[in-house]
Design a protein around this ligand. Structure first.
Ligand SMILES: [Zn+2]
Length: 297
């Protein structure tokens, strides 16, 4: 059973059990906006049913990023008449590239999606994307009648395609912010994630930050997540400098649980290799600049 929590007039968090996912619902006078659709037809329909308890208005969907639990319920919404699916430019590319592979992650909770057979199991890709080159901060606005919603990208972080959704003093952050568990580093950019989190926390109009999983938090929590990540980066660097033999993950004394620490270190190594491979092309040096400016809410 989905849990519905109204944060402000017409702004809701819809919590579902699988992956402890938070979806969002913003109801305007003309349309309503749904943020993240779950990991398959079952969770998608559960979220849709919760939405329809609240509003019968036409819907627009936003997927915060290209991870299965945030977009694999899209087909259920498409069948219900949704034609607009918003995301970051790189989100569609990632869905096309990894979508079928990601089916293996949902087989237990969403067997039809895992098999790719049955109603609402097709992958539904973005129809509209946040403007810009996909690397620099950018934003767009969606009007729902009496509510104006801002979709924005601040820079690399949990993935290369994290979109936040702001309305009034609330911002839905996708998995850029994680409450109740360590962040997920699998295809993240840890160095840049720190900057992106600080840029997010600095957007003063927002008072409530809704994470993709867990309870809503304040900007203080977002800054703490950035500081913890910065500490982890520092310790990883110090350990690398001191190391002459093989280091086990525990020797890094990272502020994350062991499994997450391992993924963090693996990902750091991968990002480092990718960065090295892309040098010495000067065009890329621009991408290494912090992108904490350039967006005004
Ligand atoms: Zn994610």
């Amino acid at each position: 059973m989905a849990r519905i929590h109204e944060l402000r007039d017409g702004v809701y968090v819809i919590g579902t059990d699988n992956w402890r996912l938070n979806s969002g619902l913003i109801v305007g006078s003309q349309r309503a906006l749904v943020i993240d659709t779950g990991a398959g037809p079952r969770q998608g329909r559960e979220i849709l049913a919760a939405v329809r308890e609240i509003t019968q208005l036409p819907l627009t969907v936003v997927n915060t990023h290209a991870h299965y639990d945030h977009y694999m319920g899209n087909a259920a919404f498409q069948r219900a008449g949704v034609v607009e699916f918003w995301a970051h430019k790189a989100c569609g590319a990632a869905m096309r590239q990894h979508g079928d592979f990601q089916r293996s992650f949902v087989s237990t909770q969403e067997p039809e999606m895992g098999d790719g057979e049955g109603l609402d199991t097709q992958l539904v890709f973005p129809t509209n994307t946040v403007p810009g080159n996909g690397r620099r901060p950018s934003l767009t606005r969606i009007e729902l009648g009496d509510k104006l919603v801002t979709l924005f990208f601040l820079g690399l972080g949990h993935t290369d395609n994290d979109v936040c959704v702001g309305v009034a003093d609330i911002v839905f952050c996708g998995d850029l912010v994680e409450e109740g568990a360590d962040p997920s580093f699998e295809d993240s950019y840890p160095q840049r994630w720190v900057e992106t989190l600080r840029a997010l926390a600095a957007l003063e109009r927002y008072k409530v930050f809704v994470p993709g999983h867990g309870s809503p938090v304040s900007s203080t929590f977002v800054l703490q997540q950035a500081d913890t990540m910065a500490l982890a980066l520092k310790r990883a660097e110090q350990s690398d400098t001191a190391a002459h033999g093989t280091l086990t993950a525990s020797m890094y004394r990272l502020p994350y649980q062991a499994g997450v620490a391992r993924i963090f270190l693996d990902r750091l190594a991968t990002v480092r290799t990718e960065t090295a491979a892309s040098e010495p092309q000067p065009a890329n040096s621009e991408q290494m600049q912090p992108q904490s400016q350039g967006i005004r809410q």
